[in-house]
Design a protein around this ligand. Structure first.
Ligand SMILES: Nc1ncnc2c1ncn2[C@@H]1O[C@H](COP(=O)(O)OP(=O)(O)O)[C@@H](O)[C@H]1O
Ligand SMILES: [Mg+2]
Length: 270
């Protein structure tokens, strides 16, 4: 297994609660979560807003330290690994964020954003390399001198994808990456992700509250509720025969197929 979470929990300081004698009350936002992702595998993480999807994605990347349980990456136990020892693994595990507007530095050009990420990991960042990366995500070389606010939402999301894949990661967490986009731009960005996954063979945790998107990108899905996984299995099986009433409700809340674009009819593949 590339990524393995065994019975992890996550507690965070409760930001809605006033600190008493300097100590904030802690809130458990993940409970007893187990999830394994093989090399090159795509797993969907679905569930309502607030169910813990983002927290799980960040914990799988060891951006949060689990309170209980064990987290392994490529066989190494990184549950309580310190930042210095995590650093060489950081290049291999990347995140693409929900909102590129806030995850891309507004004062840096696209070229600067990409070269900063590459240099941080000791990789070459010459202009030919940068242009090739942009080309791979369907952006012209002229985008190198643009600032994020000069790009459309779809183009910004392509820059976020470019930054992540430029490091040739083994594992990518994509967190609601098409949520803010219109339906046709969503389809283009998902097609791009699909083709990058096929070319590069990275493992992908694809987080979405929208089960219809998960269904067509992920052969396997986990359903989250209140910080735990309540159902997991092959996506086709989960859709055909959900094991919980809650999953059924999520499926029933998907809009009618007529209004979904045609690309969604392609079957999911690992
Ligand atoms: N630092 C924090 N303080 C208090 N509550 C938090 C904190 N971080 C996350 N939460 C809560 O944890 C739950 C899970 O959040 P999140 O992982 O963002 O869910 P999702 O991505 O599924 O919408 C939510 O109820 C959220 O409000
Ligand atoms: Mg989220």
């Amino acid at each position: 297994m590339l990524v393995e979470a065994r019975n992890i929990s996550l507690d965070v300081p409760d930001m809605n609660h006033r600190a008493v004698f300097g100590a904030r009350r802690r809130l458990r936002i993940l409970r007893n979560v187990s999830l394994s992702i093989a090399k090159g595998e795509t797993v969907g993480i679905a569930g309502e807003s607030g169910s813990g999807k983002t927290s799980l994605g960040r914990t799988l990347l060891r951006l949060h330290e689990p309170g209980e349980g064990r987290l392994l990456f490529d066989g190494a136990d990184i549950t309580h690994e310190d930042p210095a020892r995590l650093k060489p693994l950081r290049r291999r595990m990347q995140m693409i964020f929900q909102d590129p507007q806030s995850s891309l530095n507004p004062r840096q050009t696209v070229g600067r954003i990409l070269s900063t990420a590459l240099r941080l990991h000791g990789l070459p960042a010459d202009s030919r390399t940068l242009s090739a990366i942009l080309d791979r995500v369907g952006l012209p070389a002229s985008a190198l001198t643009r600032y994020p606010h000069q790009l459309s939402g779809g183009q910004r999301q392509r820059v976020g994808i470019a930054r992540a894949i430029s490091l040739k990661p083994d594992f990518v967490v994509a967190d609601e990456i098409v949520s803010g986009l219109d339906v046709s731009t969503q389809a283009q960005v998902l097609d791009l992700l699909r083709s990058l996954r096929a070319d590069m063979g990275m493992a992908l945790a694809f987080i979405s509250h929208d089960l219809s998107v998960v269904r067509h990108l992920c052969a396997r899905v986990v359903i989250m509720r209140e910080g735990g996984i309540i159902e997991t299995g092959d996506t086709a099986r989960v859709f055909a025969a959900p094991q919980t009433a809650f999953t059924r409700t999520l499926i029933d809340s998907i809009p009618l197929p007529e209004i979904r674009p045609g690309w969604l009819d392609q079957p999911a593949s690992r």
